[in-house]
Design a protein around this ligand. Structure first.
Ligand code: F0G
Length: 448
């Protein structure tokens, strides 16, 4: 696939709007410091007339690009030539219709779908973004990479860096990362630096580290990562026989997914490939609810890109003054200064989106239900079902609407939260192990 002149980077700030070639590794607008977007000259790309045409690729899946759940939609993220494309088989994920979880949230049978991203090679949705971002890293000639992470980014970066020969360093907050994720970063050979601080501290430092040392940054500030994450939405559409659901529900952390999903739908609508854009609900944890507070209480909106920066600055100044550090058992989304905030506001605008926050208790209960009746997930992913339950109670989502929740990470990512919940009988759905003497008859008596 030739891409000459088909894609470029553009600053999202309407007062700036600076444009840059895709060959550059920038991550923030060099002129005004705002986020960058990937934009396409669609007339230079052979986009199929109908999304269902992508189905043909599966028959040719011996070609790794047609097998990849990211690159088989490559015309919709046509920023690089095939020779740079990196894939390790990401995106073979499942859209599972689940009536038992539907019952828990008071939805009608047939209406609830779980998009299970835990099936990716590193066990989380991050691999969708990394296949795109590492392709760009190769295109830009990078040899060393870095990221800050609550865990999954580091696991995915480590895996992809190794597979395409880049060095990588990951910055994590000390004691803030689930063990499954930490074990992956170490096992996949990343240089792992534990900072005495939280994710927001790591995120701040990694940007300076990358600038000073010329490392390729792989956090979702990187606009190419978000291009890969758009494909999660294409696969939901594929799973629904090339139709869109009424609602997408996604956990909100650094807000890369919500940003990518809104962009995906906007582009599909622009291209005439979908008739309607689904609504989106973004779910925070109450202990890390910056987005919820800013949108629902401070009434922050996209406003055609003219976001009230002062509202954000004052909010962050207050967090600093209070020495605030976010806390939730859903460590993946334990973030109080989400870097993609403005792009997320744009997605809320595109998707008529709403934002809610749920407690750790709600998250753990929902996680146990997903574990019992679904494919299992890590705590952050379960925020979607907890949020949906609240939205059903509020009457915002109707029982017969079609809802797709994005389960972002695998259950084995965070065994501690799971074991604590069940073993210490922390919730309504705890399933603790039963102590038994070392005697056959006693064991048999216990089996129901
Ligand atoms: N779910 C999981 C399992 C995650 O790992 C993350 C983010 C999110 C949800 C939030 O997604 O940032 O797109 O809003 N994890 C990052 C990391 C921050 O470093 O692994 P988002």
């Amino acid at each position: 696939m030739s891409t000459s002149g088909a894609a470029y980077q553009k600053c999202i700030n309407p007062d700036c709007g600076a444009e840059f070639d895709c060959g550059q590794a920038l991550f923030k607008c060099p002129q005004c410091g705002e986020l960058l977007d990937i934009q396409y000259n669609w007339d230079k790309i052979e986009v199929p007339d109908s999304l269902s045409n992508f189905a043909k690729r599966w028959a040719n899946r011996k070609d790794p690009l047609d097998f990849s759940g990211v690159w088989r939609f490559r015309e919709l993220l046509g920023f690089c030539e095939d020779k740079y494309k990196v894939t390790i088989g990401e995106g073979q994920t499942i859209l599972q219709q689940n009536d038992l979880v539907a019952e828990y949230v008071d939805m009608r049978p047939g209406c609830l779908y779980l998009q299970y991203e835990g099936l990716n090679p590193s066990g989380s949705f991050k691999d969708n973004g990394m296949s795109a971002a590492f392709s760009h890293a190769k295109m830009a000639g990078a040899s060393s990479s870095a990221c800050a992470s609550t865990g999954n980014t580091s696991a995915s970066v480590a895996l992809y860096a190794h597979s395409c020969g880049l060095k990588c360093t990951v910055l994590i907050g000390s004691g803030r990362i689930a063990f499954g994720k930490l074990s992956q970063a170490m096992d996949y050979g990343a240089q792992t630096i534990q900072i005495r601080g939280d994710f927001d501290d790591c995120m701040r430092h990694v940007q300076d580290v990358c600038t000073r040392l010329g490392l390729y940054l792989l956090n979702s500030l990187n606009p190419f990562r978000l291009e890969g994450q758009k494909t999660i939405m294409y696969r939901i559409i594929e799973g629904l026989d090339w139709t869109v659901p009424d609602w997408i529900i996604v956990p909100g952390g650094n807000l890369g997914n919500s940003s990518a999903f809104g962009k995906a739908f906007y582009e599909l609508k622009q291209l005439g490939l979908i008739k309607q854009i689904p609504r989106m609900a973004i779910i925070n944890a109450t202990g890390a609810d910056t987005l919820t507070d800013l949108v629902n209480n401070k009434k922050l909106v996209w406003n055609n890109g003219k976001v009230e920066q002062k509202v954000i600055d004052d909010y962050y100044a207050d967090l600093t003054a209070r020495n605030f550090s976010p806390h939730t058992c859903a460590s993946a989304i334990e973030i109080s200064r989400p870097v993609n905030l403005k792009k997320c506001l744009r997605s809320i605008d595109i998707c008529d989106g709403i934002v809610r926050a749920v407690t750790d208790e709600q998250i753990c209960d929902a996680k146990a239900i997903i574990g019992r009746y679904g494919l299992g997930c890590e705590p952050a992913s379960a925020a979607t079902i907890a949020g949906l339950k609240d939205l059903r109670t509020e009457g915002v989502i109707a029982a017969d609407e079609q809802v797709a929740c994005v389960l972002t990470g695998h259950a084995l990512k965070d065994p501690d939260v799971t074991v604590n919940y069940h073993k210490d009988k922390q919730g309504e759905f705890s399933n603790p192990p039963i102590e038994a003497p070392n005697e056959l008859e006693e064991i048999i008596k216990l089996i129901k």
